[in-house]
Design a protein around this ligand. Structure first.
Ligand code: SIN
Length: 279
């Protein structure tokens, strides 16, 4: 039986009482899915999972989503390494609030991250609950935001001249990031989205992947996005996730933002990531 311990923060729960290393019964997946929708981020402790188990779990949760701009790890098509070597000098990967691949036409519903090599301190992942962030806004602000469409693009991050582009400082990076001209494509998504499974409204994504608002000049759109970004990441909406060995984390990209943190200089950190397709 699943044992679910809420984090006591804005979202997130720790889960024990299941073994995700072998076959996955449909009842177990249904139970996990409903806990996931409720808590948005689930941390499964004590899971000795290999690549096969990680892929099996991802398929059971909805199948593989698209993973642009990363090469997978050797021997796998759907697992990417989020890795930083102990002596690496490149800027931290994913240190800005974002929802994974929000610039795709059909962004992924979730992400799985499996601990491989965890530093003795630091390297927490932060989450911001965007259902709570929207619910706490004044009603007239909610109405205004509901009418806006955001323009998403990966260009600031993954275009050849983007943050993970072909700059000299990127030469040191151990992650297999592959910048590409296709990052310049732009796709519109409503700024406020109804969760396709729960119907709850959430603020969808933030500065890293949003380059404008349809119908607004940039001198109007940018201050609005900056003000919103500050609101979205207020302390009361945050869950700080601390990593352990043998831990699988899954989060719901439709209802939380996340970001990486540092604080483990001189130590190696590696996690294996899969993407759960849109449903
Ligand atoms: C990610 O955004 O996928 C990485 C998060 C982390 O490294 O903590």
């Amino acid at each position: 039986m699943l044992v679910i311990e809420p984090s006591g923060q804005a979202c997130g729960a720790r889960v024990t009482g299941c073994d995700l290393s072998g076959p996955l019964a449909p009842d177990l997946i249904a139970e996990i899915r409903s806990a996931w929708l409720k808590h948005q981020v689930l941390a499964f402790r004590g899971q000795a999972m290999d690549g096969d188990a990680l892929e099996r779990f991802t398929v059971a949760m909805g199948g593989f989503g698209e993973d642009p701009f990363f090469d997978p790890i050797e021997g796998r098509q759907n697992i990417a390494a989020i890795v930083r070597e102990a002596n690496e000098k490149a800027p931290l990967f994913a240190e800005n609030w974002h929802s994974d691949w929000s610039f795709l036409e059909r962004p992924p519903s979730g992400t799985c991250l499996l601990s491989i090599d965890i530093p003795p301190h630091g390297g927490d992942t932060l989450f911001a609950n965007q259902i709570a962030a929207f619910a706490a806004l004044p009603e007239d602000r909610k109405d205004y935001l509901r009418g806006l469409t955001a323009l998403h693009s990966a260009k600031l991050a993954y275009a050849p001249d983007g943050a993970y582009g072909e700059k000299e400082q990127e030469a040191d990076r151990s992650m297999a990031i592959r910048p590409d001209q296709s990052a310049n494509e732009v796709r519109p998504h409503p700024l406020i989205q109804k969760h396709p499974e729960t119907g709850e409204e959430a603020i969808y994504s933030t500065l890293g992947y949003i380059i404008g608002i349809e119908g607004l000049e940039s001198d109007q759109a940018l201050p609005l996005l900056m003000e919103l970004a500050e609101w979205q990441s207020r302390d009361e909406f945050i869950y700080r996730h601390q990593w352990e060995a043998d831990m699988l984390l899954i989060w719901d990209n439709r209802s939380v933002l996340h970001k990486a943190t540092g604080g483990y200089e001189g130590h190696r950190r590696e996690l294996h990531r899969t993407t759960i397709a849109a449903c």
